[in-house]
Design a protein around this ligand. Structure first.
Ligand code: SF4
Ligand code: SF4
Length: 448
C-alpha cells in the first residue's frame, strides 16, 4: 500500500527553517495549482513514486504539498522541501495528466520561493553558488575550467592523480563528482566555427541560426558539428552566433530564476533581428527552456518572438529532405526519449522520423523509453542516490534490447546513460541522433 495523501501534514519532525515565517506563494503558481483534480492518473508515470511508493514523492502528493504551502496550511519545513527536491522535474506527469496541469511551472515557481524562504545549506549551497553564479553565466570561465580538465585528461595528469591515490585527498562528495567527469574528446564548437555554414546543393531551403549554448558548445563540439552538417545536407544555411550565454535551464529548474533571466536576456539581444527562418537547438533541456522564454520573462516582447522562432533540430529536419544520398549503416539501434523533448516540448515522432531515413539500421524498441534516466540537470549531483536508482532501471532496459547504439538528444542524458552503461559493462555507444545521421553522410558536399 502507498502512503496516504494526507501524510505530509502529519509528517515528523521538522521545524520551519525560519520559525514563524509564512511561505509567500506566487499568485500565478497558486492559480495553476487549482487545475489539479487529484485523480491520480499521473502516478504511474512518476519515476520517484515508482521507486519509493510514497504519495508524497508522487506528482499528486507534491501538488498537494505545494497547495498546502500556498494555502498556508503547512510550512516550508525541511521534510516538505525534501519531497520537492526529490522531484526530477522530468514533467512525465504533465504528459499523463488529462487536466493539463502545468506541473513544471508550478514546481519552478515553488522552488524559486523555497530558495528565499529556506536557502539550502552546506554542500548544495556551495554547488549552487559555483554552478549558477560563478560558472554558467560566464562562458569564458567555463571554457577555462573545461580547458584545464581537457588538459589534465590528455596529459595523463588525471590518471596519475588516480594511480598515486592523491585523488583520495578530496572530500567524498567532490571525489564522486570527479568520478562522473566525462572524457572530453571533442574540441569546442563556436571558437572553431565560421560565421556561416552554406547549404549543400545550391540555394538554401531555409536560413537558420544555431543555438550552441554553453556546456555542449565546450564539451560536445562534435555533436554540434554533426548537427550543422546534417542541417547543411538538408539544404539549410546555418549561422553560428558568437557570444551566446547558457540558456538558463539549470537555473530556472533549480529555482534560481533571477540568474536564469540574466543569461536569457543576453541571448535575446544576440538573436534579435537576424532575419532567419528559425533558431535551431539540438539539446532537449535547453530547447524546452528556450521555448519558454516568453513565459519566463513576462512583458519582454523579444522573449515571445525568440521562443516563437525556436525549434528542435528534429522539427526542422522532419520538414525537409536530405539533398544527398545516405550511406547504409549496419547497427542495432534503440531510442531513449529525453524528458524535456517528449514531455517538455511534446516532440515524439520527428527524431525517429529523421533517423529512420538512414538505410541499413535494425531498430529495437526501448521499454519505458519515456521514463527519465536520472540526469535531470544537476539532479545526479544533488540527489545521487535516487539518480542512480532511476538510472539502473534505464540501463537494465537498454541491456534487454540487445542494441549496440542508444540514441538520445540531450547532453545530460547522453553522459548519464553512457556512464550507467559503462559501469554495468554494457558494450553500447550512446549517441546524439545527429551524430548517427552524420555518419550516413558523405565526408563533404558532393561536387555538383
Ligand atoms: S496532476 Fe493531473 S493526473 Fe495528476 S492528480 Fe492532478 S489532475 Fe490528476
Ligand atoms: S516531474 Fe517527474 S519526478 Fe517530478 S512529480 Fe512529475 S513525474 Fe514525478
Amino acid at each position: 500500500m502507498h502512503a496516504p495523501i494526507v501524510a505530509p501534514v502529519a509528517e515528523p519532525p521538522a521545524a520551519p527553517a525560519r520559525a514563524g515565517e509564512r511561505f509567500s506563494f506566487p499568485p500565478r503558481a497558486a492559480e495553476l495549482l487549482r487545475s489539479c483534480v487529484h485523480c491520480g492518473l499521473c502516478l504511474g508515470a512518476c519515476p520517484t513514486y515508482r521507486e519509493l511508493g510514497n504519495e508524497n514523492d508522487s506528482p499528486r502528493g507534491r501538488l498537494y504539498l505545494m497547495k498546502g504551502l500556498a494555502d498556508g496550511r503547512i510550512e516550508a519545513t525541511p521534510a516538505v522541501a525534501k519531497h520537492l527536491d526529490l522531484c526530477l522535474d522530468c514533467r512525465a506527469c504533465e504528459t499523463a495528466c488529462p487536466s493539463g496541469v502545468h506541473y513544471g511551472s508550478i514546481l519552478e515557481h515553488t522552488r524559486a520561493h523555497l530558495q528565499e524562504a529556506r536557502p539550502p545549506g552546506g554542500f548544495e549551497r556551495l554547488l549552487r553558488a559555483v554552478f549558477f553564479r560563478q560558472l554558467f553565466p560566464h562562458h569564458e570561465r567555463l571554457a577555462l575550467i573545461l580547458g584545464l580538465t581537457r588538459f589534465m585528461q590528455r596529459s595523463g595528469l588525471r590518471a596519475l592523480l588516480h594511480r598515486s591515490g592523491a585523488i583520495k585527498l578530496l572530500p567524498a562528495r567532490l571525489r564522486e563528482i570527479e568520478a562522473m567527469q566525462p572524457e572530453l574528446k571533442d574540441e569546442p564548437f563556436r571558437s572553431n566555427a565560421p560565421d556561416v555554414f552554406p547549404a549543400w546543393g545550391g540555394a538554401p531551403a531555409k536560413r537558420v541560426a544555431f543555438f550552441s549554448g554553453c556546456v555542449m558548445d565546450l564539451m560536445m563540439g562534435g555533436i554540434h558539428r554533426a548537427t550543422v552538417k546534417v542541417l547543411q545536407a538538408h539544404g539549410c544555411e546555418v549561422l553560428s552566433v558568437g557570444g551566446q550565454a547558457c540558456c538558463g535551464a539549470l537555473m530556472f529548474h533549480a529555482g534560481e530564476a533571477e540568474a536564469g533571466r540574466a543569461v536569457a536576456r543576453r541571448n535575446l539581444e544576440l538573436f534579435a533581428g537576424l532575419g532567419v527562418d528559425a533558431i535551431v537547438n539540438n539539446s532537449a533541456g535547453c530547447g524546452s527552456t528556450l521555448k519558454e522564454y516568453g513565459e519566463l520573462l513576462p512583458g519582454d516582447a523579444r522573449a515571445h518572438a525568440f521562443s516563437a522562432q525556436m525549434r528542435d533540430v528534429s522539427e526542422v529536419l522532419a520538414a525537409l529532405e536530405p539533398r544527398v544520398e545516405l550511406r547504409a549503416l549496419d547497427a542495432t539501434v534503440t531510442y531513449d526519449a529525453p524528458c524535456h523533448l517528449l514531455h517538455g516540448q511534446k516532440i515524439s515522432a520527428p527524431p525517429l522520423e529523421v533517423a529512420l531515413r538512414i538505410p541499413g539500421l535494425k531498430w529495437v524498441a526501448l521499454p519505458e523509453a519515456e521514463f527519465c534516466c536520472g540526469a535531470a540537470g544537476i539532479y545526479n549531483l544533488t540527489q545521487p542516490e535516487m539518480s542512480k536508482q532511476v538510472l539502473a532501471r534505464k540501463v537494465a532496459a537498454i541491456a534487454g534490447t540487445g542494441a549496440r547504439i542508444v540514441l538520445t538528444g540531450n547532453p545530460g542524458c547522453i553522459l548519464q546513460i553512457r556512464q550507467g552503461c559503462r559501469d554495468a559493462g554494457l558494450d553500447v555507444e550512446v549517441l546524439h541522433p545527429m551524430e548517427l545521421f552524420a555518419r550516413a553522410l558523405p565526408e563533404r558536399e558532393p561536387e555538383p
